[in-house]
Each structure stands twice: as structure tokens, then as C-alpha cells.
Design a protein around this ligand. Sequence first.
Ligand code: SMG
Ligand code: MG
Length: 369
Amino acid sequence: MRLEGVELRRIALPLVSPFRTSLGTQSERTALIVRAVSDEGEGWGECVADDEPTYSPEYLAGAADVIRGFLVPALAGLDLNPASAGHALRHLRGHPMAKSAVEMAVLDCWLRARRTSLADHLGGVRRSVRVGVSVGIMETLDALLETVDKHLTAGYARIKLKIEPGWDLGPVRAVRETFGAEVMLTVDANTAYAPGDARHLARLDAYGLTLIEQPFAPGDLHAHAALAARIDTPVCLDESITSAADAADAIRRGACSIINIKPGRVGGYLEARRIHDVAAAHGVPVWCGGMLETGLGRAGNLALASLPGFTLPGDISATERYYRQDITRPFVLDDGTMAVPADPGLGVDTEPAALEAVTTGSEWIPAVP
Ligand code: SMG
Ligand code: MG
């Protein structure tokens, strides 16, 4: 398969409600949508970088620049398949979200031409996956309880609470006491704590959490290992893990016993599968994280979450939890699960009018070395 070029679209999708984490508040999802055009057809990808380099060092304008200046030229003229595309980008350091977006579009294109679904290509074993919802930091406990109630009533299989200093023990206690011991509950700090907060975080042990996600800075595996040794709640890493090598290192050092896998953060679906394989070899459960994806990323993430090691519900919620109008068909919740797309490639199409309506800019990047 030969790449002819890539159409890069910038989109802005309003969120149904603002999403506050320890990193800041988001009220719309801006993203880059990649359409790869080849001699065998086209494929779609999505870049999950944010406007600002807060969650990770990448940001959308930078990702567009890297895609235009380095990634598309590196793929030009090659005989492309999933393995050769990854190989051709390996010498370019960093920029996993930009790489993931391009790989996703190439993979979708290649799989559509071969009538194979992404789930089958990755080795998925489930037709539907259990999913959870990530609940942002709220103004009041009442607002939090009302939101959690709505999601539990909808049937979500797990609730994740965003936490930060000043919004941790109280909200967790309130949710546990209100909704009972059976609710699968986790917390995500997005690096908001310092190693000296370990004693405070250990108090979360009282609430039977399934995991605590990324309390400390991405590079501080030592602090995560020290916390893991001190508390009963399993420590899960998100921001710290950007490759299968990182995963192996973190597991070996005792810094986590669970891993959140996001294709964008780790450079694509193929590296995501490698992390799954490394974790499985160590008996470490994984789950699929979310970056407020459009339907394109949601489709791909459902395929990834159908792999056998994804034993915990992921941050893959129904479309209506994020957007009134997505750029694909809506994804719906069914008894705490979502269906894994079975059609070729991502198994979902963009809806041209919906995509056009949220496009704020576009460019054509011809594949020339
Ligand atoms: O897509 O449902 C979703 C959002 C899940 O909480 C979520 N993502 O750290 O796991 C995480 C956050 C990252 C995005 S907010 C900066
Ligand atoms: Mg996280």
C-alpha cells in the first residue's frame, strides 16, 4: 500500500458538560482528524493531544507540525503495512500522540482494504467490553453524588473519581457511603500529589478502591513504588507509561500493579498491544484509558479493550456522556458494556456533514519525502 497524502483537519467539539481534572477544565474537545489516502483506499485517525501541553508534553499545533514536517514525509514512497509504518517512524523521537494518529489512519486504511476488523487484527477475544465513566472534580459533593447516581443508574460498570489535594478523601467517602461497597470505584490524580503525601493517600485504603491512578509525576517511578509498598490500594500508572519498555521497567520496579493503556500516549495501537502483552506476561491487569475521543478513537479503543488482558472496565463511555453530536454514529451503553465494532478497520465511518460542522481548519499534506 502506498500513501498518496494525508488530510489533516482541526476540529472543535463542545462537551456536554465541562470536565475538570487536577490539570484544568475542558469544555470543548479540540482534536486533529487524519484522513490517510492511499492507492488502496482511505483510512481515518485521531490525534488526542490537547491544545496545551498539560497532560503530556504534546499539544495539538505541535502535533500538526510534526505530522506535516516529519511523519508524512517518513512514510512517503514506502510499501506500507502496519509493521513497516511503525518501523519507518521509529527514528523520530517522542511525539507518540502524533505518531498514533498517523498509524491509526494507515492501519484503518490497510485493514479496510483487507476486510479485517481492528479487533481481529489486534487479537481481540470479546464482542463487547465492560466500561466505566470518569467523573470530573465538582463544585460540591451534592453535584458529585447526583452525577455518580446518574451514571450508576445508566449501568456503568465502574466509577472513576478525579482527585486532587482538597478533593480526595471527602468525595471518596461520600460516594462509598452513598452507593455502597459493591460499586467498583477508582481514583485518578493526574500527578497532583507529591511523594510526601503518601501518608495522606494511604487513608484511601479505608474505601476499598480498585486502584489509585497516577498520583505522582510521570518520571517518579520511585515515589510510586514507595507508595505501592505502603498502601493496600493497587497503584495504576497512566502518564508514566509511554512504551512497552516503560511498562516492563515500572512493573519490575514495583511502581504499579495495574496499567492504564491509551493508544495515543504510547504511540499507537500496536505499541498498546505490546504493553498489553508485557503486562499479561507479568500477570498485571490492564484497562483502556480515554482522552475524550471522538467516535473514531472510541471505536479503536473498544477494539483494543477486547484483548484478553483488559480485565478491568475502561474509560470508554457512551457518546452522550461526551458529545451531543459526534463525527460518527453514536456509541451506546448496553447493560454496562459497549459493543466492539466488527466491520473492517475501525468499523465506524465519519459522518461528512457532522465532521464539516465542527471543522475549524484543514490542509492537504502530499506524501513526498
Ligand atoms: O475519555 O472518558 C474519557 C476521559 C477519561 O479521565 C479520563 N482521562 O488521565 O485518564 C486520564 C484522563 C485524561 C484526560 S483529562 C486531561
Ligand atoms: Mg489518568
